[in-house]
Design a protein around this ligand. Sequence first.
Ligand code: ADP
Ligand code: MG
Length: 254
Amino acid sequence: MPEQSRSVTFKNVSKRYAGVPAVTDVTLEIAGGSFVALVGASGSGKSTLLKMVNRLIEPSEGEVRIDGEPVHDEPAYLLRRRIGYVFQNIGLFPHMTVGENVAIGLKLAGERDTAARVTELLQLVELPEEMAGRMPDALSGGQRQRVGVARALAVGPKLMLMDEAFGALDPVTRDGLGKAIRALHDKMGLTTILVTHDMAEALLLADRVLVMEDGRIVGDATPRELLAGKGGAAADALVAVPREQAHRLAELEK
Ligand code: ADP
Ligand code: MG
């Protein structure tokens, strides 16, 4: 039976750091196969919420489930093997080649002959095969992030968590990588949760946009609903920025 994409459920999830709330009482159902963007200002709790899915952070209260199974039912290292995780300035091992970096997850899972799979993964993220032999410091920022995505996809996860994964990239590279990620999501039938502070990116890539403010989800709507002003006040304020920019550009073209 082919593996199905994974649903993610948050049930009354809160996280406090030394008593200070970072995420407060989040209850949320993310359907398997959906591409969800999590948007909000810096410090609103996006990364904290995301990291409770792969247990880099444990909730103070509440429970996260994947396909109905509480994530704490299984050792964290095993859980993480089933979840892709890509973050800003992803750490590639500098003393290993690109190919070795991509193959790390496969090696950990006990696979020995990884060359063909590495080639396939590099193709998936649109990098030339020859790049497998290069060292990470001989790559551009965008190429490094692509290698990070390939590494995350290596063990065939059905759930991808991306935290400001394109944050440090120039706009053109960032746009290209965003489109590539969406295409991979569709092709591989993933569930993707993408954290970004960029509402335009969220609107263009996601099926559903969640807006966080002070540790709470204050908006939950489709891009179409958001653009129609149906996402609530916090979402409206974030949508106003790219909308106004698009407007000004259109004016310049007149
Ligand atoms: P975001 O990803 O939206 O920028 P974070 O989840 O990183 O937000 O942070 C939410 C809040 O929790 C912020 O106020 C931040 O300062 C605080 N915080 C995050 N990580 C820690 C930590 N390890 N220790 C103490 N406070 C933290
Ligand atoms: Mg963050």
